[in-house]
Design a protein around this ligand. Structure first.
Ligand SMILES: [Zn+2]
Ligand SMILES: [Zn+2]
Length: 117
């Protein structure tokens, strides 16, 4: 289900597409998968954490658009141009601390097309 989605899913959405699975076992299973590094839980702008496949599993590096008004979370493609700019910015930010960057997480927070004035 997570692999087939073009955005992270809330627990509610996971449950809706898996009728008959008790909430407690769905939550437990996702927690175990998250602990194992297979699933990633993303904190959004609302109280609903969302779940997606970890990038090491999906092989799909991407970023997120997060709407502070309706809570929407959408995947956004990581273009080569964006990735070059982010790698450069990451080096600049980390170099001074002697920190070696191995990956980045970059989410954009704002208003979606339906919520912006
Ligand atoms: Zn919105
Ligand atoms: Zn990236």
């Amino acid at each position: 289900m997570l692999a087939g989605s073009d955005r992270p899913l809330t627990m509610h959405e996971v449950l809706a597409s898996a009728p008959g699975v008790p909430q407690s076992s769905a939550y437990r299973n996702l927690s175990i998968l998250a602990e194992a590094g297979v699933v990633r839980r993303i904190q959004g702008a609302d109280d609903n954490g969302r779940f997606e496949l970890a990038e090491v599993v999906s092989g799909h590096h991407h970023h997120h658009l997060i709407c502070t008004s309706c809570g929407l979370m959408a995947d956004v493609r990581a273009t080569a141009k964006l990735e070059r700019a982010l790698a450069e910015a990451a080096r600049t930010a980390a170099d001074e601390a002697g920190f070696l960057v191995v990956e980045h997480r970059f989410d954009l927070v704002g208003l979606c097309a339906g919520c912006r004035p």
